[in-house]
Structure formats: C-alpha cells, structure tokens
Design a protein around this ligand. Structure first.
Ligand SMILES: N[C@@H](CCC(=O)N[C@@H](CS)C(=O)NCC(=O)O)C(=O)O
Length: 324
C-alpha cells in the first residue's frame, strides 16, 4: 500500500493521524470522458472506437467491480479489453504478478506494477494509485480512474458501436438516482471503509452508526420496491450491489461491521440474490480474489493474513422478488 509523490513510489499506509483516526478518501484525478463521434470535446479527443480502450481492474475491488458489471450489461466485452491485477496489494500497491487464477499480467506493456501506468501517463503524478483504470491504447494515457464516471461512459458512449441496448441512467430518473447514490456512497460504499480503516474508537463508532442506519433505511425501501429507484434496474443498484456482495464474507469480520449481516435483512438479502442472478453478473463476482485481497493485504488490520472459514451462503437460492 502506498502512493506516488512527483512520480516516485512511496510505501506507506493511509494517514489517519491528521483526521482524528478517520479515513478520508482522496478524489480520483483522471476525469476525462469518452465522446461519441458527435460530441467531441476540445483538446484531446477520446472518441468511442472499437478496441481502443482497455480496463485495468481488481476483481476484489468494489469500485472496479461496478465497471465490470456495466461492461457486461452493455455487452462491451468485444470492444473493451481487460487485465486483472493480483489480489495481494502490498509494498508496491497493486501488481501484475501472475499465478493467482485470472491474474494474467499487463497485456499492454508487461509492467510489474499498476503505478507504472500512472507515471506513463504523467511522470510527475502525485496521489494514490487505484483501480479501476480506463486506459486509451491510442494516446497511451489514462482516460479516467473514477468508477462512477467510467460506468456512465460505458452506459452510453458505445451505443452506436453495437453495445447492448439498456440505459442504466435514464434522464427521467437521474435526480432520484443521484440522490440515492449520494446516500449509498456516504453510508454504505464508503461507510464500510470508514469503519474498517478507522484508527480511533470515536471514528469507528461514527462510521458504523451511519452504516447500519443506512442499511436499515435501505431494508425498508427495498421491502416496498424491487430496485432502489422503482421497478427498473439502474446504476444505483449496481453501485449498492458491489458493496452488499462483499459484506457478509468480508466487511462483517475484517472491517468490524458486525452489528448485523446482510443475511439478517430479508429484503436486502433477496435483493442481493436478485441482482446476482441477472444474466452475466455472477461471472463478475470472484470470491477468491475478494477474500484473499482484503484479509491478506491489510496487514495493519489482519497482521497474520488469516482468511476466516465462513460464512457459508448461496447466492443462487431463489430471491422471491419478482412480485414486487
Ligand atoms: N473513487 C475511486 C476509488 C477507487 C479505489 O479506492 N480503489 C481501491 C481498491 S478497492 C484502490 O485501488 N486502493 C488503492 C489505494 O488506495 O492505494 C473509484 O470509485 O474509482
């Protein structure tokens, strides 16, 4: 775990000292969009073209997982290639080590470390080196490293190149989606990290209180309706799903989010299975990467890297949500 300072790698854990033990996530720095040919922006133009873009992901990471799901739902597999980093993230950050199933190195440059893509783009880059990364093979630069924006790009930018129909951010629902996203990000997506990476009791207490209040509210919302903004699957559901699917196997134990399990919430657990069972989504979920990454990479939280035995759960069980 570390970061780049003026293009040089420094191995260091998150600094929570200045924030009273609170984990504060830094903003992603590469924020370009891909335009369809009709909507070129000034300056460098990232046109939607077949086989021009490449996605670097970790199968463990909930943020990267969003982009894999959107790539799948929009049928972009033939347009956008993917490399998977090794699940173990240690002194060099994410690496392209091979050996763990599905981690087959960097197909573009044969780099050893993810940070080399950041310095390739900007030799003086300072900041965290995170997945997902959307890479432009033509310009040889990072286009975007912010998952919430990459999924929006995938939702529309490749429609004229044969993407699967489907709009997961439809105009009529945008205001509702934005508001659910803000709530889910704060309480749930980032909430589990704020609990897990807290280094003071007070910071942990604050995070888990917000987290479980948030889950209680979502439970009541999802007992009345099938998806977060009504009867249609949207990006808001994809963003919630990637945290929920990691909750019982990892966050309960590793991040001390143990007041309740998702299994204790009937609506949330049915919802989790409902989304898991959508065509193509199960293929994006890799529990081995998820469990090995968290339990073995965060040595300050789990120094011996022991992976717990449980829980046993089956996401293929009937979800019972069709009548909603
Ligand atoms: N806001 C970013 C967050 C991405 C992120 O934090 N990814 C984690 C993996 S779960 C990471 O790469 N962390 C490495 C680090 O912080 O050094 C996004 O949504 O794309």
């Amino acid at each position: 775990m570390g970061l780049l300072i003026d293009g040089k790698w420094h191995d260091q854990w998150y600094d929570t000292e200045g924030n009273k033990g609170e984990f504060v996530r830094s903003a992603s720095q590469f924020r370009q969009v891909i335009s369809t040919t009709q909507y070129n922006v000034e300056g460098r133009v990232f046109d939607a073209e077949p086989d021009r873009y490449h996605l670097y992901v970790s199968l463990a990471c909930p943020w990267a997982h969003r982009t894999l799901i959107m790539r799948q739902l929009k049928g972009l597999q033939h347009l956008i290639s993917v490399d998977v980093v090794d699940p173990f993230m240690q002194e060099h950050g994410w690496t392209f080590a091979q050996g763990f199933p599905k981690s087959q190195g960097d197909s573009q440059f044969g780099y050893d470390y993810l940070y080399q893509l950041y310095t390739h783009t900007d030799p003086h880059y300072s900041g965290r080196v995170t997945v997902p990364v959307l890479w432009d093979k033509k310009e040889g630069v990072i286009v975007n490293n912010e998952s919430s924006e990459i999924i929006r790009i995938f939702n529309t930018a490749f429609n004229h190149l044969g993407a699967t129909p489907g709009n997961y951010y439809p105009e009529a629902l945008q205001a509702s989606i934005d508001s659910v996203n803000a709530f889910v990000y704060e309480a749930i997506n980032n909430g589990v990290y704020r609990a897990g990476f807290a280094t003071s009791q007070a910071a942990y207490n604050r995070a888990v209180t917000v987290l479980f209040n948030g889950l209680d509210q979502l439970e009541s919302r999802l007992s009345r309706q099938r998806y977060l903004v009504g009867d249609q699957l949207t990006e808001a559901d994809i963003r919630l799903f990637t945290t929920l699917v990691r909750f019982d196997p990892v966050y309960v134990t590793h991040f001390k989010c143990d007041l309740k399990r998702i299994a204790d919430y009937p609506a949330l657990s049915g919802y989790l299975r409902d989304i898991y069972q959508i065509d193509g989504i199960a293929d994006t979920v890799d529990m081995a990467h998820i469990r090995h990454h968290y339990y073995c990479s965060h040595k300050t939280i789990n120094p011996a890297g022991i992976i717990p035995i449980g829980p046993v759960f089956d996401l293929d069980l009937p979800h019972g949500r069709a009548p909603l």
